[in-house]
Design a protein around this ligand. Sequence first.
Ligand code: PLP
Length: 329
Amino acid sequence: MQYSLTTGVPILKQYIADRTSADGIEFSPDAIQITGGSQQGLDIVGRVFLEPGSVVLTEEPTYLGALQAFSFYQAQFVSVKTDENGIIPSDLEYKIKEFNPAFIYLVPNFQNPSGITMSAERRHAVVALAKKYDIPIVDDNPYGELRFYGNPVPSLKVMGGQHVIQLGTFSKIISPGLRIGWIAADKEFIRMCELMKQACDLHSNTFAQYVIYEFAKDGALEAHIEVIKKAYKIRRDLMIDTLAKELKNGTTWSEPEGGLFLWVKLPNGISASELLPKAISAGFAYVPGKHFYSQNPDDTTLRLNFCNATEKNIVEGVKRLAAVVKAAK
Ligand SMILES: Cc1ncc(COP(=O)(O)O)c(C=O)c1O
């Protein structure tokens, strides 16, 4: 319970390094900085790379919390055209040349908010561009282990080596309240992160780091991930089935192979943010999609979370969504 090392508790770093190495890249504990969740990882990356006016390229839509973290350093955001396979390489190359970004920010697996996973082909193309123009990729990966269907796609970190800074977290696989995540990057970058982290909060909570290590070390984490994947898959399937049953009016939604979120697009230009007060009056809520755009917000989109509600509430919530959408037409 004394002050501890800024980079993190060594046995937990070793555990993370071994686990990351299983993806197919040799990792040493020196390449890991423990953080207060990956949200702090985003802040540290911002501290290292950004000054007022620096450009960050993002997916469209992108994770709201990253926009908040990087905005603090007065970054300018430029969104790259994105389809169901991830960002589009030709637009990425155009925007790299046009804006000379500080880095490319990606959530490549079961993205928050859209649920999209970047295809292997896109990953190869994006990594090739990052290497060609020597631009770092920030690979924010809280959901990669929550795959319910399909085959894993190779990790950006494995493909991109030192061009990729990967952010990991125990929030979605153990508990967000423990506030423990990590940055995996080359050692020189980790040294800079260590200095930033030291100025910020000296180190992350030692007790929480030991709790995670003790829980995970003998395989309990792997078993736990299987349990939550099974539960989330049932809820995902139920939410999608209920949407298909209740919303036959041109509303569309993503059908992600994992993660926690569905991305819904309303028909006839219905505004998700204008509909929200009606949803709240009807006793349910969602996040209007427009908040997840760094540019060109689409207010007909919204994010649903399927992991946290009971099966009964999922069915009831989707029915109520269908009713307010119908009334809005
Ligand atoms: C893409 C993404 N990055 C980072 C975070 C922050 O997670 P943490 O609890 O590890 O700080 C989240 C949480 O929702 C997220 O979706």
